[in-house]
Ligand binder design. Structure first.
Ligand code: KPC
Length: 526
């Protein structure tokens, strides 16, 4: 037990011991900074990473592995950042719960499934489940970073940037050749009367503050977070209404969304009872001491009040950059994101920025690779990272994945485009139980319209795959490799796909569909 910090440099701490230490910090038993600094290394730091989230941790690990000296500072008593604490990890838990709940509802009273018991469907219980286990991921981040990766770090301490080479933390001054800023982003809270009422949450406060089980919710905004959390809330028995400005998945926040994929996802959400309004303007969050509803102007101009027990903000994120604008003069864009070049350099010499603080996409791959990019450049390489193209995903009660061009984009770019699609173009969702694969087999035999959707888009002239789109389960993994195949070297042709070995039945049917058409000189859609 300690109240004035811990110097852990000379002790080895196991995962289990870290778990106790972090629990104690969380409950206030432990306080003060955790210091893991090498007193025997008299080299100046090559970089101080401010923020030990995905970007800072991976950048630090890369730098250390490459022979550099780094120091990583985080305000929390653990590394890993918001992903395992508030964001991606709880989102994946909740999305898995949404999928399981969807199955339990769909098969209520059939086979081995009992009648669905609404009283057992609980948002709060899933939040509490997450809270009970999240320190275990935090423990591993601390353990791996110190014992396996050899990183130096200070935790549970805020870092104050003095200048481009000087940082104060834990009451000490640290000098470095470079500073790498990776302190992330926060919810962009809409300026609506009543938004501060009790019962209004975002993805972060939902985890930290939810203390009841809402049975109805209005989500303001149509971001990925809105779709993902909205699908979970609805599946957990909380009647959910989404108030979006643009049609879901059609705004500028997501690129390359195929129209047919979008239609299937939104259809599936409505089919499960979510009410979706687009073209809306949220006017007020209603209530005296706590939320009772939301006043909204709908797309036809009518103003209506929607009663609810919870409001959830799903309007997107803004960068936590104010401090660095003030202290360092880093340049930001009109959304407060720090402007960097492809080396992750800001306008201030020796200052780099990485991850969510440089703007979208606010995804793990980007944060981690930004960190690696900064590290490689600081270590003397001329290395650039272009994240303008990337595979993307979200969860409804499905896993939704896409990469490359949408069919519409492909038709704008190429003269001769074909698609391989399931269900085939023009065939209603419920007419055939396809696609069917791992995760949708029972649906194929009971609810054929729910088995998902998939489309591969080819430039028929070059015969190259230019886009892939999938709604179902289990394809996320494969899309990492599809991304690589599409965007690396000469890309991949339908003929090469016809040569691949599919693991029948599999979540994406692209290989077998490619083989059905690849024999033709003049390719046709399927
Ligand atoms: C356990 C896990 O991979 C999710 S949290 C990841 C944080 S980090 O490794 O720093 O990107």
């Amino acid at each position: 037990m300690t109240t004035d910090g811990m110097d852990i440099r000379d002790i080895s701490i196991s995962n289990a011991e870290w778990r106790v230490i972090i629990d104690d910090f969380e409950s206030g038993v432990n306080q003060g900074p955790i210091l893991n600094i090498d007193p025997d290394d008299d080299r100046e730091y090559d970089a101080i990473f401010i923020g030990g989230g995905a970007g800072g941790r991976f950048g630090s690990a890369y730098m250390k592995a490459a022979g550099g000296r780094q120091l990583t500072i985080d305000r929390w008593p653990f590394l890993g950042g918001s992903c395992p604490h508030l964001a991606c990890v709880p989102h994946h838990l909740f999305s898995e719960a949404a999928r399981e709940l969807d199955y339990a509802r769909t098969f209520s009273g059939r086979f081995w499934y009992p009648e669905f018991d609404e009283s057992k469907a609980s948002i709060l219980e899933m939040v509490q489940l997450f809270l009970s286990g999240r320190n275990s991921a935090h423990s591993f981040m601390n353990y791996q970073s110190k014992e396996q990766l050899g990183m130096e770090y200070i935790l549970n301490a805020s870092a104050t940037v003095i200048d481009a080479n000087t940082v104060e933390a834990a009451g000490r001054i640290f000098k470095a050749k470079n500073i790498v800023i990776g302190t992330g982003s926060s919810t962009r809270v809409p300026e609506v009367p009543g938004i501060g009422l009790k019962g209004v949450y975002d993805y972060a406060t939902l985890i930290e503050e939810l203390d009841y089980d809402p049975r109805s919710c209005v989500i303001i905004g149509g971001s990925k977070v809105a779709i993902e959390y909205g699908s979970f809330f609805q599946a957990a028995g909380c009647q959910t209404t989404i108030l979006a400005r643009s049609p879901l998945m059609a705004g500028t926040g997501l690129h390359h969304v195929d129209d047919d994929l979008r239609e299937y996802v939104v259809w599936g959400m409505r089919e499960r009872g979510i009410v979706i309004h687009d073209g809306t303007e949220t006017l007020e969050v209603l209530g005296d001491d706590r939320v009772t509803g939301v006043r909204v102007r709908l797309s036809d101009g009518t103003v209506t009040d929607i009663p609810c027990e919870m409001v959830f903000i799903g309007t997107g994120e803004r960068a936590n950059s104010d401090e660095y604008v003030k202290t360092l003069g880093v340049a930001v864009d009109d959304r407060d994101s720090i402007i960097v070049d492809a080396h992750m350099r800001t306008n201030v010499p020796g200052v780099y920025a990485i991850g969510d603080i440089i703007g979208p996409p606010m995804e793990m791959f980007k944060a981690r690779k930004c960190g690696m990019t900064a590290a490689r450049n600081i270590m003397g390489e001329d290395y650039t990272f272009d994240f303008s193209e990337y595979p993307d995903f979200l969860h409804s009660t499905y896993e939704v994945t896409w990469v490359g061009l949408s069919e519409r984009e492909a038709r704008e770019k190429y003269d001769n485009v074909i698609v391989l699609q399931m269900p085939p173009p023009g065939v209603p969702y419920g007419d055939i139980p396809l696609p069917c694969a791992d995760g949708t087999m029972m649906l194929a035999f009971t609810h054929p319209e729910r088995t998902g959707f998939q489309k591969a888009v080819f430039d028929a002239t070059s015969r190259k795959l230019v886009g892939a789109h999938h709604v179902g389960y289990g394809a996320k993994d494969g899309f990492q490799y599809l991304d690589h195949m599409i965007h690396t070297g000469d890309g991949v042709t339908i003929d090469q796909m016809a040569e691949m070995n599919e693991l029948f039945l599999n979540p994406s049917h692209f290989i077998q569909l490619a083989r059905l058409r690849a024999g033709a000189k003049d390719l046709k859609s399927l």
